[in-house]
Write a protein that binds this ligand. Structure first.
Ligand SMILES: Nc1ncnc2c1ncn2[C@@H]1O[C@H](COP(=O)(O)OP(=O)(O)OP(=O)(O)O)[C@@H](O)[C@H]1O
Ligand SMILES: [Mg+2]
Length: 315
């Protein structure tokens, strides 16, 4: 298993502690309805979706939750590599062949991998299918989540970047909540606004935004940590930047309050820009929620058409 699985490799590290805080926030978020499916997305590639999804899954498993981590990035999913498990068969194989297989072959167990971490199972992405987006909107995907829910306490889905492909936006409708990972100095404000808007417009529920890759002061940082090997010192938040405990606590709270405990808090925790934009929208927009959903779906259908054309061209 990879070193980037820091919550497992080094449970005492500050980063692991942050993942435990994130876990606690998520646990206490939906008080009336237990959260069972959580999607992780971001605006563009490389912002840390797989890293956050994997370590968060470890944090949940360490707290005695049975966790299934699904790699829904069927184009270039690498969860199998992070956890050191067989890449195939996986999600794409399940979704594309589920109707044709006989009972025995379609047994879900064949698509799940046990990991070194007790309570944590991974469903790898599987073979790269020609039509990943189409597979994700099949009723089989909904059925799969329903079936897996019976087997575990929490399903975490590592998704695709929502600005590039609409997979995650569409998945956001069928999961309980969605986390959007943003990366310091990388994620564009406009992109984040658009992704959050799209998810909300299709009726998705946003749990919160994770601010990833915030630089830390190199001096105070123990060189053995995983990310010290990359040139720019990066970390989930800037916990090590402060001198005294009090400031440290405030900073930590700010950085780890990415997920709110209830609906009101969620609204407050979203970056101010998004809130003011939403207010503006409420005032300016004559469009109903249905019309907004139709807009996103139109965009999605256009994308599917594009994917189909590309496939026909290739095939
Ligand atoms: N906080 C962090 N500190 C150090 N490295 C990080 C951090 N978050 C992510 N990385 C590294 O950045 C790279 C990209 O992260 P990751 O693969 O999780 O991104 P992603 O959003 O899943 O990308 P993709 O859209 O390509 O799947 C990886 O090498 C990962 O280990
Ligand atoms: Mg990824």
């Amino acid at each position: 298993m990879k070193r980037e699985l820091i919550a497992y490799k080094d449970p005492k590290s500050p980063v692991s502690e942050i993942f435990r805080t994130l876990r606690t926030n998520i646990q206490f978020m939906n008080t009336n309805k237990k959260l069972k499916t959580l999607l992780v997305t971001s605006t563009l590639p490389g912002e840390g979706k797989s890293w956050v999804a994997s370590n968060l899954a470890v944090a949940f498993a360490q707290a005695d939750n049975r966790v299934i981590l699904i790699d829904a990035d069927m184009r270039k999913g690498r969860l199998y590599n992070i956890f050191g498990v067989l890449p195939r068969p996986g999600l794409s194989n399940y979704l594309s062949g589920v109707s044709e297989r006989n009972q025995e072959q379609s047994n879900l167990i064949n698509f799940l991998r046990e990991t070194e971490i007790p309570n944590l199972y991974v469903m790898p992405a599987g073979n790269i299918p020609p039509n990943p987006s189409e597979l994700l909107i099949t009723p089989q995907m909904v059925d799969l989540l329903e079936d897996l829910k019976e087997e575990c306490d929490l399903i975490i889905i590592d998704g695709t970047p929502s600005k590039l492909v609409t997979d995650a936006v569409i998945l956001s409708r069928i999961v309980d909540s969605t986390i959007v990972v943003t990366a310091h100095n990388q994620t564009k404000k406009d992109d984040l606004e658009k992704v959050v808007k799209d998810i909300k417009n299709v009726g998705g529920n946003i749990a919160g935004i994770v601010y990833n890759k915030v630089p830390v002061s190199a001096k105070k940082y123990n060189e053995t940590y995983y990310y010290s090997s990359i040139p720019q010192k990066v970390q989930m938040n800037s916990k090590f930047d402060y001198e005294n405990e009090e400031r440290r606590e405030i900073q930590k709270k700010r950085a780890t309050d990415m997920l709110a405990r209830d609906k009101n808090r969620i609204e407050e925790d979203l970056p101010r820009v998004i809130r003011s934009q939403q207010r503006e929208e409420q005032i300016n927009s004559n469009k109903t929620r249905e019309e907004k959903t139709a807009d996103v779906l139109k965009e999605y259908n256009e994308y599917l058409k594009y994917e189909k054309n590309m496939r026909n061209r290739k095939g």
